[in-house]
Design a protein around this ligand. Structure first.
Ligand SMILES: Cc1cc2nc3c(=O)[nH]c(=O)nc-3n(C[C@H](O)[C@H](O)[C@H](O)COP(=O)(O)OP(=O)(O)OC[C@H]3O[C@@H](n4cnc5c(N)ncnc54)[C@H](O)[C@@H]3O)c2cc1C
Length: 426
């Protein structure tokens, strides 16, 4: 079969939230033409399983991702405003809700750390409030944290519905098809990549199972947890290629049916403070459970756009299996039951749920995204490694990638995320 050839300024590999928002940003903020290619369909990857928290509460002021998260959250707010200005409800279109977030702790140590966190957040300009157990009871009557516990409330934290948001972005991107600036090819894996060092036209191309996608300006690898292995297979001349180990970190998300959903009242987005350690754990010393392939589970509970109770989440390194693990589901329900006594007696057979989602977070050992050019192939950019933060960080990442492609100064310092100097050359 002879392969078709098409020409574009930018080829994006991966139609998850990262690839699609980069396409959107290119269409809105440049004159470049874009094609997005995906091995499956949008939302096949981590994006389709994401809980949707767009939160500042569990981030640390001054850390590498702090500024990027702040900028990204601002861009989400602006997008919600734009949708409103166009006469639509951002709740319908994006699942956008300003739920506020509450981080909860059950021990005196956790309560003290939350008090400290509130101070740090306030000093960094984020509205935050420490809640005693009594105050927490008033705001979240179904939640039990015990006498010694406490909580941190960030009232401006929000959430999106990843699937609705992806539908919206796809719709916006497709408005550019008629101008010849946008194309998408799904169920079509990228197989190899050629990038001429001298910039010869037609030599720079991504080969998919069906066609050659020639690119003039850039190719962006935004293939989530597949990005590391994909990069290895894609590039035919691996000399000077850094090894970028992006690992799939599997997670489950449970969506309860009615009437179980109404057993408890949930007024905010909720998360146990231990989640922060679970997300950051990355070495056998810190994250023994995780690394030994035992799932780590922390309570993260919210209501989605339909009012269904959503219970997260698990983390484990077990390859790309998409199987729902019944034991993990039971453990997640048990963990949620430690905070919500009313959930303890619910049956948790797999058919009790409205839906169980599984996704693979793209995890990089130093726990921050990789956003930037490959030093050995400067037309090739990476945008991956967002682990449990890709929904929140998507718009800031997209803005950064497009500024890098266009040679403009980035709004947020891009150096902490760059490839250069961060990874071993193989
Ligand atoms: C249970 C769970 C809860 C989460 N909760 C949150 C949250 O509350 N807030 C938050 O910010 N983040 C959350 N996340 C993380 C977030 O979902 C991810 O960080 C984000 O979706 C990553 O997006 P991505 O586009 O990089 O990757 P993906 O969404 O995984 O997309 C990658 C795409 O690349 C495609 N691909 C792979 N190989 C190829 C190939 N050879 N050719 C072409 N395409 C290819 C795949 O098919 C896939 O569609 C959660 C994740 C999970 C699993």
């Amino acid at each position: 079969m002879s392969l078709q050839t098409s020409k574009h300024d930018v080829v994006i590999i991966g139609a998850g939230i990262i690839g699609l928002t980069i396409a959107r940003q290119l269409l809105l903020r440049s004159n470049l033409s874009v094609v997005v290619v995906d091995a499956h369909r949008p939302c096949y990857g981590a994006t389709g399983a994401g809980q949707g928290y767009v939160w500042m509460s569990y981030r640390t002021p001054g850390s590498d991702t702090w500024e990027l998260a702040g900028r990204s959250k601002q861009l989400w707010e602006e997008l919600a405003d734009e949708v409103r200005a166009q006469g639509s409800d951002p709740l319908d279109v994006l699942g956008w809700k300003r739920t506020g977030s509450i981080l909860v702790g059950r021990t005196a140590t956790e309560a003290a750390s939350l008090l400290e966190r509130v101070k740090l957040l306030k000093n960094a300009g984020v509205r935050a409030e420490y809640l005693t157990t009594m105050e927490l009871k008033f705001r979240e009557p179904s939640l039990e944290v015990g006498e010694e516990g406490g909580a941190a409330l960030v009232p401006d934290d929000c959430q999106i519905d990843a699937r609705r948001t992806v539908d919206f972005i796809l719709k916006c991107n497709r408005c550019y098809v008629s101008q010849g600036r946008y194309a998408e090819f799904f169920d079509e894996p990228a197989i190899s990549l050629s990038s001429s060092k001298k910039g010869e036209e037609d030599k720079d191309a991504v080969k998919t199972s069906q066609r050659f996608l020639c690119y003039k300006k850039a190719v962006v690898i935004a293939a989530g947890a597949w990005s590391g292995s994909l990069l290895k297979g894609l590039v035919q001349e691996p000399d000077l290629m850094p090894e970028i180990p992006v690992m799939p970190r599997k997670g489950h998300l449970l969506i309860l049916k009615n009437p179980e959903t109404n057993i408890i009242q949930v007024n905010h987005g909720l998360m146990e403070v231990g989640y922060i350690d679970s997300e950051a754990s990355h070495s056998p010393e810190v994250g023994a459970e995780d690394m030994e392939n035992l799932p780590s589970i922390s309570m993260a509970v919210t209501k989605d756009v339909n009012g269904s109770l959503v219970i997260g989440s698990s983390r484990e390194f077990s390859g790309f299996s998409r199987e729902v693990d019944e034991n993990v589901v039971k453990d997640m329900m048990a963990r949620a039951g430690e905070f919500f006594p009313a959930l303890r007696d619910l049956p948790c057979g797999l058919n009790q749920f409205k839906e169980i989602r599984v996704g693979h977070r793209p995890y990089v050992l130093d726990d921050k995204p990789v956003i930037g050019r490959l030093p050995c192939l400067p037309k090739v950019l990476l945008a991956t490694g967002h682990e449990g933060n890709g929904l929140c960080l998507a718009l800031g990442t997209a803005e950064m990638v497009v500024d890098l492609i266009e040679g403009r100064p980035t709004k947020v310092e891009s150096k902490p995320f760059s490839v250069q100097g961060r990874f071993k050359i193989s």
